[in-house]
Write a protein that binds this ligand. Structure first.
Ligand code: F6R
Length: 612
């Protein structure tokens, strides 16, 4: 978490850094700060949103053309003005911004205190800038060398940018396990956690690798060295990201825009990978390792949060269609429990950001043990995308709202395509069924459009239940993970406590919670278990719960007993999560807006969880 940005060039740095931080706010938003160098080193920082920085008149009026900025998601030290970045060295010569965690900061701090350093904040980051200062002064080194030396003593994850009052023409950056990119403009250079603050000025981007240190200066090309001081050849990539993709485009919130984009994003995830007319499905990412994937003893899916829910649906897909055993793991649990993994396993990582620290570490572990690593990722060039052996991008486009929506459905598309491709090649599905399924699959973007047309109706249901304190989500089969996902969406953006359950599990405990105040959202579109779900709805109604049922068009039975129904187009159970997820996203969105919550930046959360 945390977003960092730096600028050096001919323009005023402050507005560029401020705007850049606003674009990075999805990575953390509990405090922010900017340091500017204009003869003197001046730092302006404040608890709260990035917009707080606009109140520093001196910064707004500054003519400084070099600076660094940071938007924070607190790890060490509470969110306040003092713990906000940038942090200064003791001699106030250096300012540093950091994304990540310095794990051995305690030992380093003790050593620095013994050397006479005094600390102002509770952060691990301040230790790093003092360490650089200590090395710079004791060894009489230039900034870049001092940064390299210091980082060799650091255990943990970092993306940093540092400026030095005595070297006003350079910014030094470095990364390990946290993303950092460099933008190359016209007589100006940028450094940032991702390309979004840069794209307005240039699409020429260098993605830094782990253990690399970059120096950007006003009058030279960027120089990249490894931590052990070897010059690194780098590659400048042209990033295909348009400014309008990272703006709200007339919607009140990014989340709403992203929900509404799903007919297109689902289509984009399918494009070139399926052709019902010609009767094929082809997931290019699997091609080079097809043998190993097809003959895998097991798929292990690792992910966190919403991506983990997509993984749960994949378990149903791969097992039912391709008959491959699947385990779905929380990445954070997987890596710490000495899992049994071998060369016959395929480990599939699901991640929108491609930067989630737990998922990344789980993959490193699986790789060490010889498994084939497959990544299903949205962010092109992200850390996960780069360490996998093979994989598929989901092509959802930038997802900026903190609550994941379109990335989730696009992940499902890729997973469904993989399951169909494997099922067809392994002969675990009849040709007739395969053709029927892929024909139906191509209709999904149109059907998504129809679901979106129900937004006004869903909004009216939201107004009926917006004051609830708790909510229960129930689903079976493919829609059980959708119940989990619906509950997660509601709790993370509206702060209503919500639980998702397999519908049949309700009677083993949660039924005790049901009373006339409890909204129970039932996903009841399943063809396979309709009668069973119907009974579950009756059980809820018998206890006076408020039933909001997602049903298939033409449903008559559940409609009769539910308090509210949302109809979605008929489809095969295999594809039903792609449709049923959407009303739940909209329901959570409208409830959160009605409760006055900041849906794009819910409290305590960040979009990209780059700390373990
Ligand atoms: C919830 C949400 C999170 C993410 C999780 C994993 O709406 O967005 O639960 O799904 O932090 O993130 P990625 O997919 O980037 O690895």
């Amino acid at each position: 978490m945390c977003g960092i940005v730096g600028y050096i060039g001919e323009r005023k740095a402050f507005p560029i850094l401020l705007e850049g931080l606003k674009r990075l706010e999805y990575r953390g938003y509990d405090s922010s700060g900017i340091s500017l160098l204009n003869g003197e080193l001046k730092t302006f920082k404040k608890k709260g949103k990035v917009s707080e920085l606009e109140k520093f008149e001196e910064a707004v009026n500054s003519h400084a053309t070099i600076g660094i900025g940071h938007t924070r998601w607190a790890t060490h030290g509470k969110p306040d003005d003092i713990n906000a970045h940038p942090h200064h060295s003791g001699n106030n010569r250096l300012a540093l911004v950091h994304n990540g965690i310095i794990e051995n900061y305690g030992t380093l701090k003790e050593y620095l205190i013994s050397e006479g350093h005094e600390f102002r904040s509770e952060t691990d980051t301040e230790v790093l800038v003092h360490l650089i200062e200590q090395i710079q002064e004791s060894k009489n080194l230039d900034l870049e060398s001092a940064v390299r030396y210091a980082l060799q003593k650091v255990v943990g994850a970092f993306a940093i940018a540092v400026i030095d009052r005595e070297h006003p023409n350079i910014i030094v950056g470095a990364r390990k396990s946290s993303p950092l990119v460099v933008g190359i403009g016209d007589n100006e250079f940028f450094i940032a956690s991702d390309a979004t603050p840069i794209i307005k000025y240039t699409n020429q981007i260098i993605y830094l690798d782990d253990d690399e240190v970059v120096t950007i200066s006003r009058d030279d090309n960027p120089q990249i060295r490894s931590l052990d001081n070897k010059l690194v050849d780098y590659h400048i990539e042209q990033v295909d990201l348009k400014l309008e993709e990272i703006e709200k485009g007339g919607y009140d919130h990014f989340m709403l825009k992203e929900i509404y984009q799903q007919d297109e994003s689902i289509y984009e995830a399918m494009r070139g990978r399926i052709n019902a007319g010609e009767g094929w499905v082809k997931v290019g990412g699997m091609q080079d390792h097809y043998n190993r994937i097809e003959n895998a003893e097991r798929f292990i899916i690792v992910a966190c949060g919403t991506s983990w829910h997509a993984g749960l649906i994949a378990e149903y897909l791969f097992e039912e269609l391709a008959r491959i055993p699947v385990e779905v793991e929380y990445a954070s649990e997987f890596r710490y429990r000495n899992p049994i993994i071998g060369p016959k396993d395929v480990v599939i990582a699901l991640s929108q950001s491609g930067e989630t620290a737990d998922t990344l570490s789980a993959l490193e572990l699986a790789k060490e043990k010889g498994a084939l690593i497959y990544g299903i990722v949205n962010n092109v060039g992200s850390s996960i995308a780069r360490i996998t052996d093979c994989g598929s991008y989901i092509h959802a486009g930038p997802e900026i709202g903190v609550a994941s929506t379109k990335a989730f459905t696009s992940q499902l598309v890729v997973l469904t395509l993989m399951a169909l491709d494997l099922a067809h090649k392994r002969g675990t599905i009849s040709e007739r069924n395969f053709q029927a399924l892929i024909s139906e699959f191509e209709l999904i973007p149109q059907k998504v459009k129809k679901v979106l047309q129900q937004a006004a109706h869903i909004k009216s249901i939201a107004s009926e239940i917006k004051s609830a304190s708790n909510a229960l989500y129930l689903g079976r089969g493919y829609n059980f993970p959708i119940a989990l996902e619906g509950a997660l969406k509601l709790k993370e953006i509206s702060y209503i406590h919500a639980e998702g359950y397999p519908a049949a599990e309700m009677k083993h405990g949660p039924i005790a919670l049901i009373d006339m105040y409890m909204p129970v959202i039932v996903i009841a579109t399943n063809k396979n278990a309709y009668e069973k779900i119907f009974s579950n709805v009756q059980e809820v109604k018998a206890r006076k719960g408020i039933v909001i049922a997602i049903v298939s068009e033409g449903d008559t039975e559940i409609k009769k007993i539910a308090d509210f129904t949302i109809e979605i187009p008929n489809t095969d159970d295999v594809f039903s999560p792609l449709l049923s997820a959407i009303p739940l996203q909209l329901l959570a969105y409208y409830i959160a807006v009605m409760r006055g919550c900041n849906v794009d930046q819910p409290r305590n959360l960040a979009k990209s969880v780059t700390v373990e």
